[in-house]
Design a protein around this ligand. Structure first.
Ligand code: AP5
Length: 216
C-alpha cells in the first residue's frame, strides 16, 4: 500500500507516519526530513535550501522530486509494506512527477489522507513541537511531553531539538505556501477518487484510528 499524508504544517503528518511505520512496516519518505538531513550534513544542496526552509518557502520542485526519485528507485529494502509520502507532493508538478515515478516502478497510489486542522490550532502545535535528534520521535510541550524531562522516551537520547522554522513568522509563510500551492492537490486527488479526509483536531489516538479506517 502506498499512501500520501496531506495537510498543513503541524497537521500531524509526521506523527501519524511514524505510527504507520511501526504498525505496518511501511517506509516513511519525508522530504522535510531529507532536506534537514542535507542541511545538517552540509552538502551543497543543504546549504542552498537552508535559508528557503527557515523563511517558510517551498524548495524547488526539481530538488524534492530528485530526492524522492532516488528513494523510490533505490529499491528500499523495507518497501514491501509500502511507502508513506509525508510532505510530498506539495505542488501539482510534484503530484504529476510522483504519478510518473510510481507508474515507472509498477506501483499504485492507494490513498491520499488529508489531515484537516484549523489554522489556530497549528500555531500551538508548531511552536510547542520538539524532536529527538537521534531517532526522530516527535514531542509537544503540552500534548506529548517526554516522560522524563530532556530524555527521549524511545531511544533515551538527550539530543532534543526545536526546528528553526517552528516560529509564528515562518509558520505564517508556510501556511501561505500551503494554501497557494499545496491545497489545490485536495481537488486533484478528489477528482482521481483517492482522497480521504480525517479530522486532525482529535486526540492523536483517535486520528490514528481514523487514518487506519481510511486506508483499510
Ligand atoms: P516539513 O518538514 O514537511 O514540514 P511541514 O509540512 O511544515 O510539516 P510539519 O513537519 O511542520 O508538521 P506535521 O504535519 O508533520 O506535524 P507533526 O506530526 O510534527 O517541511 C519543512 C520545510 O521543508 C518546508 O517549509 C519547505 O521549505 C521544505 N519542504 C519539505 N517538503 C517539500 C516539498 N515537497 N516541496 C518543497 N519544499 C519542501 O505534529 C506537529 C506537533 O503537533 C507535534 O509536536 C505533535 O506532537 C503534535 N500533534 C500531532 N498530532 C496531534 C494531535 N492529534 N493532537 C495534538 N497534538 C498533536
Amino acid at each position: 500500500m502506498n499512501i500520501i499524508l496531506l495537510g498543513a504544517p503541524g497537521a500531524g503528518k509526521g506523527t501519524q507516519a511514524r505510527i504507520l511505520v511501526e504498525g505496518r512496516g511501511m517506509v516513511q519518505l519525508s522530504t522535510g526530513d531529507m532536506l534537514r538531513a542535507a542541511r545538517t550534513s552540509g552538502t551543497e544542496m543543504g546549504q542552498k535550501v537552508a535559508a528557503i526552509m527557515d523563511a517558510g518557502q517551498l524548495v524547488t520542485d526539481e530538488i524534492v522530486i530528485g530526492l524522492i526519485a532516488e528513494q523510490i528507485d533505490s529499491d528500499h529494502p523495507g518497501h514491501a509494506g509500502g511507502f508513506i509520502f509525508d510532505g510530498f507532493p506539495r505542488t501539482l508538478a510534484q503530484a504529476d512527477a510522483l504519478g510518473d515515478l510510481l507508474a515507472r516502478k509498477g506501483l499504485a497510489l492507494d490513498a491520499v489522507v488529508e489531515l484537516r486542522v484549523d489554522d489556530e490550532a497549528l500555531v500551538e502545535r508548531v511552536t510547542g513541537r520538539y524532536t529527538c535528534g537521534q531517532c526522530g520521535e516527535v514531542y509537544h510541550d503540552r500534548t506529548k511531553p517526554t516522560k522524563v524531562t530532556g530524555t527521549c522516551d524511545v531511544c533515551g537520547s538527550h539530543d532534543l531539538k526545536r526546528r528553526a522554522d517552528d516560529n509564528e513568522d515562518s509558520l505564517r509563510q508556510r501556511l501561505l505556501e500551503y494554501y497557494k500551492k499545496t491545497a489545490p492537490l485536495i481537488g486533484y486527488y478528489h477528482a482521481k477518487g483517492k482522497l480521504k479526509v480525517v479530522d486532525g483536531l482529535q486526540p492523536m489516538e483517535k486520528v490514528t484510528a481514523e487514518v487506519a479506517r481510511a486506508i483499510g
